[in-house]
Design a protein around this ligand. Structure first.
Ligand SMILES: [Zn+2]
Length: 262
């Protein structure tokens, strides 16, 4: 079995049903740093009617996943990854501010490929992706969940770092300089075989857009077909809906894609 799918009464990462807590869609520490005590508006990138809600504070329920993770997963198993992401985002934001290539952060002095600090950045994105998949009751690749909670070192996450197009637009047109967003769960499918190829998501903090995805292996696609046909049907229905709504270049750019990817 290559996927796991737990009910909301269990931790979506490990299946434990005790001491469940809510996980932030965007890190509270990163939000506090970005927004300070400013009022916070919450929206979802890529939604054409950008319905914004006012979040009372970074602890708002609007900023948390409905799915839960257990206290052990939330603390000892992922805290190092959370802290590494804070450091990583600081380094990336500094580079973006100085018009430097954000990817230069992956230098051997800062992040040696395959080292603990390096893997911890990707474990953080893996945890977010697992939560986004669980949020729509989707099957999570077991190796991805295990990677997120440090049970393996198999990094399947592909990461791109960009300057968020909405941030640039809002900043130059409306003088908005504090902005954060997440892209929810995006699934990529094959036009011909109708197979599900990849899970992806995004987060934006200030001007920095992180786009992260995993590609599914053949044996995983086979298991999806056999055991999770309802989820595939749901994805197909969403895809048809998106096609009839014609996602604009703008909507796609906001979730880190271009028209060729759609
Ligand atoms: Zn857990």
């Amino acid at each position: 079995m290559y996927f796991q799918q737990f009910p909301v009464t269990k931790c979506c990462l490990c299946g434990n049903s005790e001491n469940l807590t809510g996980e932030h869609k965007i890190k509270a520490a990163a939000l506090r740093k970005e927004f300070g005590k400013e009022p916070l508006m919450v929206g979802v990138s890529g939604e054409s009617n950008r319905a914004m809600k006012l979040a009372q504070s970074v602890k708002s329920k609007h900023l948390k996943f409905k799915v839960r993770i257990c206290e052990t997963c939330n603390t000892s198993r992922t805290q190092q990854a959370d802290r590494e992401f804070d450091r990583f985002h600081g380094l990336v934001a500094e580079r973006v501010k100085n018009n430097q290539d954000p990817l230069s952060v992956f230098s051997p002095e800062l992040y040696l490929e395959g080292g603990d600090s390096y893997l911890n950045i990707f474990r953080y994105f893996a945890k977010l992706l697992c939560c986004h998949i669980a949020e729509v009751d989707g099957p999570i690749p077991t190796t991805l969940a295990e990677f997120a909670i440090s049970r393996n070192s198999l990094n399947r996450i592909w990461l791109e770092i960009k300057v968020d197009p909405f941030f640039s637009h809002a900043s130059s047109n409306f003088g908005v300089d504090q902005y954060a967003a997440h892209g929810g769960l995006i699934v990529n499918g094959d036009k011909n075989t109708k197979e599900l190829n990849a899970y992806r998501s995004t987060i934006t903090i200030g001007p920095v857009l992180y786009v992260f995805h995993i590609c599914l292996e053949t044996f995983e696609k086979e298991e999806l077909q056999k055991i999770y046909p309802d989820f595939l049907t749901l994805c197909k229905a969403k895809f048809e809906q998106a096609k009839s709504n014609q996602a604009s270049d703008w909507d796609l750019a906001q979730v880190g894609m271009n028209t060729n990817d759609a």
